[in-house]
Ligand binder design. Structure first.
Ligand SMILES: NC(=O)C1=CN([C@@H]2O[C@H](COP(=O)(O)OP(=O)(O)OC[C@H]3O[C@@H](n4cnc5c(N)ncnc54)[C@H](O)[C@@H]3O)[C@@H](O)[C@H]2O)C=CC1
Ligand SMILES: O=C(O)[C@@H]1CCC=N1
Length: 274
């Protein structure tokens, strides 16, 4: 029987994972999502046919897995509201919140629960997610497998054995879809400046990113080799790449990713156990 999964929070990240799970064959009746307002829940029920509930504690009562998918700022209240039910029920708890440490989450939940911290990303919606997972010592081998299966239904999974590496995962994949969306915007704008209709530039840029990602995934060649295969000596690509390197693209990305990870650490301190 499919595991019963309850999502606390029905926003961008929860709906991306739910959409991916449904596409992958997880029965809609085994998925519940909660939110204080029906405004978030009605579209999810209509789109996916899942169960919905505005009462968090009632929604976790028969769950095998509870995914905490609310904003970090409201996580403490949500956990404290679920504490008694979860301590009785003892399902596998998966938090997808950026920053918040297992120590804080366990303190708010009453301690000792099997808890996985997960950093997913929104391409889970189309089955192309990338998630980093960290298990606390309370998580059994079976529950680790259950967490892997749940996230593998919507993309790839990488386990990290040190919790603080999840901040690096946030920089490399959790936040990273937004870096690529920014690239699409910028390439479309530049394509328009070069004379293309906006729609044409957008479609070409997005398809090219998809093609490059698929090639990099399927090829034995390194990204550097694949890049060089596009660069004819004295040609157009060489000129563009020289420009990107001289303008410091690598350093800009490294700084942005360091800022991303630093913000995750900062959020853990701002919002953590008090
Ligand atoms: N959006 C993204 O790309 C990613 C988000 N995350 C994490 O996912 C979590 C959720 O982020 P988003 O989905 O983007 O936020 P969102 O704002 O789209 O969704 C949050 C949801 O929580 C609900 N909510 C608020 N208070 C609640 C309560 N007391 N009980 C139940 N539900 C409540 C809201 O109604 C909403 O449905 C955050 O902790 C974030 O760090 C992690 C990876 C990627
Ligand atoms: O921006 C954020 O804080 C969340 C976490 C990773 C992606 N979105």
């Amino acid at each position: 029987m499919a595991s019963r999964v309850t999502f606390i929070g029905a926003g961008n990240m929860a709906s991306a994972i739910i959409g991916g799970m449904i596409d992958n064959g997880h029965p809609a009746t085994a998925i519940t999502a909660t939110s204080p307002s029906d405004a978030f829940l009605a579209p999810l029920h209509e789109r996916f046919g899942i169960r919905t509930n505005t009462d968090n504690a009632a929604a976790v009562r028969d769950a095998d897995v509870v995914v905490l998918a609310v904003k970090p700022q409201v996580m403490r209240d949500v956990c404290e509201g679920l504490r008694d039910t979860l301590q009785r029920q003892r399902p596998l708890v998966i938090s997808v919140a950026a920053g918040l440490t297992a120590e804080s989450l366990q303190a708010w939940l009453g301690g000792g629960l099997p808890l996985v911290r997960c950093m997913p990303n929104t391409p889970s919606l189309v089955g192309a997610g990338a998630a980093g997972l960290y298990a606390t010592p309370e998580v059994s081998a079976e529950q680790r497998t259950l967490a892997s299966e749940l996230l593998e239904a919507v993309g790839i999974v990488e386990w990290v054995e040190e919790e603080n590496l999840l901040d690096a995962v946030t920089a490399v994949s959790g936040s990273a879809p937004a870096y690529f969306f920014l690239m699409f915007e910028a390439m479309e704008e530049a394509g328009v400046k070069l004379g293309l209709p906006a729609e044409t530039a957008r479609r070409l840029a997005i398809q090219t990113a998809l093609g490059a990602a698929r090639m990099a995934q399927q090829s034995d060649l390194t990204p550097d080799r694949l890049k060089r295969n596009v660069m004819s000596p004295g040609g157009t690509t060489e000129r563009a790449i020289e420009h990107l390197e001289q303008a410091g693209l690598r350093g800009i990305l490294a700084d942005a990713m360091e800022a991303c990870a630093a913000r995750a650490r900062e959020m853990a301190e701002e919002l953590g156990q008090r």
